[in-house]
Write a protein that binds this ligand. Structure first.
Ligand code: SF4
Ligand code: SF4
Length: 191
């Protein structure tokens, strides 16, 4: 007998630490989809995505752009009659997708998220010049020039440090992060 957890169980386990197993209480009413401000950019509505997870459609869910387009606005959370933390589900799927290294090509979100985690693990703080390459070329030449101009202004005013900042006791911080996110394989890479 195969005792490995199903995709549905993996996702609910990842949410369990904070919220129990909320997906099973979804009544598929569609209120989340009707209230989502970015649903037109998603290839599956939030309601559909929950149905797909419950049906264990792992590959289809991991090929979806839905959770990468989620803006974490929490409209759906406020209106869901089953009180499901849909925004947290979207974050869970992002974490799972990066953990499994499986996501659609051409999206800014996965590269940005992975770069962000590596950057935090390497110095303990955010440093915009490291993050910028993850998205700066996606907005064409004009977008690149605008970002470069803004960054130069911030550098000259001392709002962006010239060198990446580094916190004290970095090893302790890395160990802590390695325990709380399923991306601990990135801890070694960041050193
Ligand atoms: S609003 Fe809540 S109960 Fe209704 S479909 Fe969305 S997640 Fe399910
Ligand atoms: S939190 Fe995400 S899924 Fe929910 S309404 Fe906002 S953008 Fe849509």
């Amino acid at each position: 007998m195969d005792t490995r957890p199903t995709f549905y169980q993996e996702i609910t386990n990842m949410m369990y630490a904070t919220h129990g197993d909320p997906i099973s209480t979804c009544i598929q009413c569609g209120t989340c989809s009707g209230t989502c401000p970015v649903v037109e950019f998603m290839d599956h509505t939030p309601r559909d995505l929950i149905g797909m997870i419950r049906a264990d459609l792992k590959d289809e869910v991991l090929a979806s752009n839905t959770y990468w387009y989620c803006a974490s606005c929490f409209h759906c959370n406020v209106r869901c009659p089953a009180h499901i933390d849909i925004a947290d589900l979207m974050y869970t799927l992002k974490r799972y997708s990066i953990w499994k290294n499986q996501y659609p090509e051409g999206l800014i979100g996965p590269t940005f998220a992975e770069t962000f985690v590596k950057m935090i693990l390497s110095g303990g703080r955010s440093y915009e010049p490291v993050l910028a390459p993850a998205y700066i070329f996606n907005y064409g030449l004009q977008g690149f020039l605008n970002e470069a101009l803004t960054a130069t202004g911030l550098l000259l005013k001392g709002r962006i440090p010239v060198l990446p900042p580094r916190i004290k006791r970095l090893d302790n911080f890395r160990r802590m992060v390695g325990h709380i996110i399923p991306a601990s394989n990135l801890v070694g890479e960041a050193k």
